[in-house]
Design a protein around this ligand. Structure first.
Ligand SMILES: Cc1ncc(COP(=O)(O)O)c(C=O)c1O
Length: 357
């Protein structure tokens, strides 16, 4: 049970709301922000001064450590407007808090107590509830993040940090076809690196190859292992799954890929639906062969932003391999429906994943 009164949150309300300037029927992902932000300081080895304040710019020294050495982590989860009650439903915020702390440990940051995270998020959900879209497929995206604030240009862990949460009303992350390119030159992360941490550097490494792929019409890179480019890892913004011969196959977790919350949710639902699930090393060759011999039924990306995004083309070594659209009663449609019905409160949540505000 989450209690909202553990953290003493100071609240400064915004006298102005920009909500009227937002076209909720045209919600490009990440374009808008709501009226408030939650911010907590870290210094002298403790987190302090939790407050919700009007959304605003932050003033920082040019010497701020995170600008130079990338000591940053972030998260992303969603809140949906219930279809059956007046509630706002947060999807698995605690799991995101857990992952944020794992990222923070790897980036050598002090971890964040659960109450400070959860109480702030719940307070933001209460204050920004009018911003949670009513449109189908739309939601309020929460972006918690932490960054080093020492004004000190020497490579060392910072002694000071900000934890901030702001929110953005969003629509679909991908629209239309999702064509992906299997990367065989560039590397996003490697075993022993920081790929499993949701830290800015991983995304910086992905920008150039993603830009090159986009020039040729591929919306995402499908990353492969750093050593041999033989095993599939994930895409730039989602984990990947394949349904081959009615078995759900997905790359096992490692230090180089993100432990996706959506991935975990889909695996749980799939097992409960009676599907066989294999989390293991997945070779590029077996996926390409499964497309060639027509045993691959579905391929899709999974993520908070991407939800479940069917892949229509996989490009490997300059050849496009086409994948049929998922069937109406196919696996991903069924899982998508169950997941969505839980998120929108249409069916009970048997997994205790949601928090209602
Ligand atoms: C690199 C990467 N992998 C996987 C995911 C999916 O993770 P989740 O389902 O927790 O959003 C994301 C999305 O945030 C991502 O950026």
């Amino acid at each position: 049970m989450i209690t909202a009164d553990l953290t003493n949150i100071r609240i400064e309300k915004n006298n102005f709301s920009s909500i009227k300037s937002v076209d909720f029927n045209q919600l490009d992902f990440g374009k808008y922000h709501t009226d408030h932000m939650y911010i907590v300081d870290y210094g002298d080895e403790k987190w302090f001064d939790a407050r919700v304040i009007p959304f605003q710019n932050i003033s920082l020294s040019p010497a701020t450590a995170s600008f130079h050495y990338g000591q940053t982590v972030f998260e992303g989860f969603k809140a949906h407007r219930s279809k059956t009650s007046n509630e706002i439903i947060l999807f698995r915020p605690e799991k995101h808090w857990e992952r944020m702390n794992k990222s923070m440990e790897r980036i050598c940051m002090p971890t964040l107590p659960k109450d400070i995270f959860m109480d702030g998020v719940i307070e933001m959900a209460k204050m920004e509830r009018d911003w949670v879209p009513t449109q189908d497929g739309c939601s309020l995206y929460f972006r918690p993040f932490v960054f080093a604030t020492d004004a000190f240009i020497r490579v060392k862990p910072s002694d000071n940090y900000y934890f901030i949460v702001f929110c953005s009303p969003v629509g679909a992350y991908f629209s239309g076809e999702l064509k992906v390119k299997i990367e065989t030159d560039y590397v996003r992360s490697s075993e022993g690196g920081i790929g499993f941490a949701k830290s800015g550097g991983n995304y910086a490494a992905s920008l150039l190859p993603a830009k090159k792929a986009a020039k040729n019409g591929y919306q995402q890179i499908m990353w492969t292992d750093a050593k041999e480019h033989k095993y599939i890892e994930e895409t730039g913004a989602s984990n990947v799954m394949f349904l081959i011969d009615n078995v759900l196959i997905t790359p096992s977790l490692s230090s180089s890929i993100l432990d996706g919350v959506t991935r975990d949710s889909i695996i749980t639902i799939a097992k409960d639906m009676g599907y066989k699930v294999e989390e293991r090393k997945v070779t590029v060759d077996e996926v390409i062969n499964a497309i060639k011999n027509k045993t691959l039924q579905e391929a899709f990306g999974t993520g908070t932003a991407a939800v479940i995004s069917p892949i229509s083309v996989i490009n490997y070594l300059n050849v496009d391999y086409k994948i049929d659209a998922p069937k109406e009663n196919g696996f991903s449609r069924k899982v998508y429906k169950t997941l969505n019905d839980i998120k929108y409160g249409i069916i009970p949540d048997p997994y205790n994943w949601t928090i209602r505000v």
